[in-house]
Write a new protein. Structure first.
Length: 327
């Protein structure tokens, strides 16, 4: 077993979810926890048996016992934190969305290349076995003519936001909002399955603070049209759908892909993938560790991350969504 010693940046729910998944990956070892508040780092890390705590990024970067860093801070901090760690020779598994904009993402991947380290966007859905099943079975649908990629989930923070409270996920200075937090799953799914579209048109529902609460993207391909729907201010129970001339494929929850089936034109059904609900963040971690060990290539994922942020930049431009990081 080739163990990778990790530090985490961020002490929110997403980091706890990641560490829960990591407990099932034997090559993973949590070595240190960083937070801007050292007490938060200690309280968070103590429950995982960690003895190293940092509130200074320079000190963390200089710790030679750390091989890799999982970054789960607000999007606006991803670029500076990742670059500092990579210049110190540390591999980076960075939560989605990888950067505030295309310029930052390009700088991050350039730094990774220059320092011979792995930088991977933690886009769990594209590493999920369910995504492999979708790609392996799409040919059964015949010519693909239409696709709808849907992820709408009412935020647990939205009620208090409506009452006047501020949350990072609804703040421009955190490079946040619906597209950057939840729509990114749909964009990556679209690119993973169909590649870059010829043209995109975007629409957004704006909320307080000039941030998007929901949106829709129309994407044109040579022989098909795709629609991306995402929201943090409404729920949807409608699955994502790929429509072919011979049938349709239904994907329940594009971020987890635990239930995928085909309904053919004659009414017969075929389940092409099914599993019980699980924390699928373990798959991105397993792929990342193989990349660190040189057992798997990351170029395809690098290009998709760059294509995704380019597409999202264009949608933000069309919808007049700007971040301080864009200046």
């Amino acid at each position: 077993m080739l163990e990778i010693r990790f530090a985490t940046i961020g002490t929110s729910k997403i980091t706890r979810n990641f560490l829960s998944a990591a407990s099932n990956v034997p090559e993973f070892k949590l070595e240190a926890v960083y937070s801007r508040n050292i007490k938060n780092a200690e309280e968070f890390g103590n429950s995982y048996g960690v003895t190293k705590f940092y509130d200074n990024l320079t000190s963390l970067a200089e710790d030679s016992t750390i091989d890799a860093v999982y970054i789960a801070s607000p999007n606006a901090f991803h670029c500076s934190q990742a670059i500092q760690m990579m210049k110190a020779g540390k591999h980076i598994l960075c939560e989605k969305t990888i950067a505030s904009n295309q310029k930052e993402a390009e700088e991050m991947f350039r730094t990774a290349s220059e320092n011979h380290v792995i930088l991977l966007e933690a886009m769990r859905s594209v590493f999920d076995p369910g995504m492999d099943a979708v790609k392996a079975n799409m040919n059964k649908l015949g010519m693909i003519r239409r696709a709808t990629v849907n992820y709408c989930q009412y935020s647990s923070r939205y009620d208090s936001f409506l009452q006047g409270q501020d949350h990072n996920i609804f703040r421009r200075d955190c490079s946040a909002g619906a597209l950057m937090d939840i729509g990114t799953y749909c964009v990556h799914g679209l690119l993973c399955l169909f590649g870059k579209p010829q043209q995109v048109v975007g629409f957004s529902d704006m909320i307080r603070g000039d941030i998007d609460g929901a949106g829709t993207i129309l994407a044109k391909y040579p022989d098909m049209i795709a629609e991306v729907e995402y929201s943090k201010i409404t729920n949807s129970k409608v699955p994502s759908e790929i429509q072919g001339e011979k049938g349709i494929m239904l994907i329940h929850e594009i971020n987890c892909l635990e239930n995928v089936k085909i309904i053919y034109n004659d009414g017969t059904e075929e389940v092409v993938y099914f599993r019980n609900k699980e924390n699928n963040m373990k798959y991105e971690l397993e792929h990342f560790i193989r990349m660190v060990h040189g057992q798997e290539q990351n170029q395809l994922h690098t290009q998709r991350s760059l294509d995704a942020i380019e597409l999202m930049d264009e949608i933000r431009r069309q919808c007049h969504i700007s971040f301080p990081a864009d200046k």
